[in-house]
Design a protein around this ligand. Structure first.
Ligand SMILES: *[C@@H]1O[C@H](CO)[C@@H](O)[C@H](O)[C@H]1NC(C)=O
Ligand SMILES: *[C@@H]1O[C@H](CO)[C@@H](O)[C@H](O)[C@H]1NC(C)=O
Ligand SMILES: *[C@@H]1O[C@H](CO)[C@@H](O)[C@H](O)[C@H]1NC(C)=O
Ligand SMILES: *[C@@H]1O[C@H](CO)[C@@H](O)[C@H](O)[C@H]1NC(C)=O
Ligand SMILES: *[C@@H]1O[C@H](CO)[C@@H](O)[C@H](O)[C@H]1NC(C)=O
Length: 367
């Protein structure tokens, strides 16, 4: 009897322990689960929103360039080896590049400005609390500026030069960043029409009303390909197609300027029916509607005089030379090593102050 009682009370104790344990377990489990859910929600709010994401691909993005009403810039110098390395592929622009972009957006409010980066470039979402660089903020404050990435293989697809690019000579070039850029600017104009600009320019005036098909001479020997416009249909499109043809057939990866300035010079000479550059200038009739601006339009300060932009003693000369220019091209190839002090009385500083005030202000002490 006693043993039965003891057994019962023992069983009872075990039952109590089990029930209590169960309650305790359920309670801690639920508490932890609630904690986990709360954490997940917070993680999503903070981290997913804050996760950098790749720029939209120019060809796949919902918002497409308006044919003939877009300005294109290309950044090809940061071609990355490791496409999954998010950190080294974060969006970056120098204040000078931002200045070119801002001046284009500022003077051409009815055009859309597209900056095309090769390969995946990551940035924080607009609503992230992570600070973008003030330089990026400066250009994104213009609603007509759009950042896009570009996949070279996809970009050449369906163009007349696709097969040739896939053969690979382009990538064996001694100057890959330059030569890829030379090609992609032509493909941009072939695909969409509009205007291509180098990142080392500052626009001084609007280009919304320049002729649809144009380039500029940098001397009486050569046109340059830093500033070009082609219409998306008709003659402009034919001209772009012919440029691609010339690029492919005359490509030489050992010669720096042969596939850029060389192409636009040869094609303009062909369409205008003369090799003599002085006969091409400002003579649209001879050139079937293609306008070749003389050097005052874009290259008023020649590359040999690049210091005119950067040294105070040449301020007056530079302003005089560029009095009628649509834009200035500051020869980044040579001038990038020379920074100017923000606020210094140089021509470049003056142009920046007036035509890209936000990028110039975001530059800090040196520009
Ligand atoms: C590429 O970058 C990713 C992410 O940083 C890294 O995990 C991977 O090891 C890198 N690959 C190479 C080949 O360096
Ligand atoms: C932030 O952006 C992401 C995607 O870009 C979007 O899903 C999310 O709803 C946005 N959050 C707020 C608070 O605007
Ligand atoms: C490229 O140009 C160099 C220098 O003029 C020349 O020696 C070479 O043969 C050219 N290559 C091709 C493929 O035309
Ligand atoms: C090009 O044309 C200009 C103007 O007609 C002429 O003065 C010049 O001699 C020509 N140059 C050449 C190399 O034929
Ligand atoms: C630009 O740089 C390349 C080499 O990086 C050089 O070959 C070329 O001559 C330079 N162009 C000018 C205009 O100085």
């Amino acid at each position: 009897m006693t043993s039965l009682l003891t057994l019962r009370s023992r069983l009872f104790s075990v039952l109590i322990v089990l029930v209590l344990g169960g309650i305790l377990l359920t309670y801690t489990y639920q508490k932890n689960a609630a904690k986990a859910m709360a954490y997940l929600r917070m993680y999503k709010r903070v981290h997913v929103k804050e996760m950098p994401r790749p720029l939209d691909d120019v060809l796949l993005a919902e918002h497409q360039p308006k044919p003939g009403r877009s300005i294109f810039f290309l950044e090809t110098t940061r071609v990355t080896k490791n496409i999954s390395d998010m950190k080294s592929n974060m969006l970056q622009l120098t204040a000078r590049q931002a200045c070119a972009i801002e001046s284009a957006a500022f003077h051409n409010p009815n055009f859309e400005v597209f900056i095309l980066f090769i390969g995946p470039i990551y940035r924080y979402p607009d609503n992230s609390s992570r600070r973008q660089s003030p330089i990026i903020d400066a250009i994104l404050s213009y609603k007509n500026v759009h950042l896009r990435q570009l996949n070279v293989w996809r970009y050449v697809e369906g163009t007349p030069i696709e097969e040739w690019v896939k053969e690979g000579d382009l990538f064996e070039s001694k100057y890959p960043a330059n030569h890829i850029s030379d090609l992609l600017r032509l493909i941009s104009l072939y695909r969409y029409g509009g205007i291509y600009l180098d990142m080392d320019v500052v626009l001084l005036r609007s280009m919304e009303n320049v002729p649809g098909n144009f380039a500029g001479a940098e001397s009486l020997r050569s046109l340059a390909n830093g500033v070009m416009g082609m219409e998306p249909i008709g003659f402009g499109h034919k001209f772009a197609e012919y440029c691609l043809f010339d690029f492919q057939h005359n490509f030489n990866g050992t010669l720096w300027g042969y596939n850029g300035p060389g192409v636009i010079t040869r094609v303009a000479q062909k369409f205008c029916g003369t090799k003599n550059i002085s006969l091409l200038l400002n003579d649209r009739k001879r050139c079937h509607g293609f306008h070749v601006f003389d050097d005052t339009a874009f290259y008023a300060v020649h590359s040999a005089h690049w210091r005119y932009f950067f040294q105070p003693e040449y301020l007056q000369q530079a302003l005089q030379l560029t009095k009628h220019s649509l834009l200035v091209h500051v020869w980044n190839n040579i001038s990038k090593q020379l920074k100017i002090k923000v606020g210094s009385p140089t021509a470049y500083g003056k142009f920046a102050e007036q035509n890209c005030p936000k990028a110039y202000a975001a530059a800090g002490l040196y520009f």
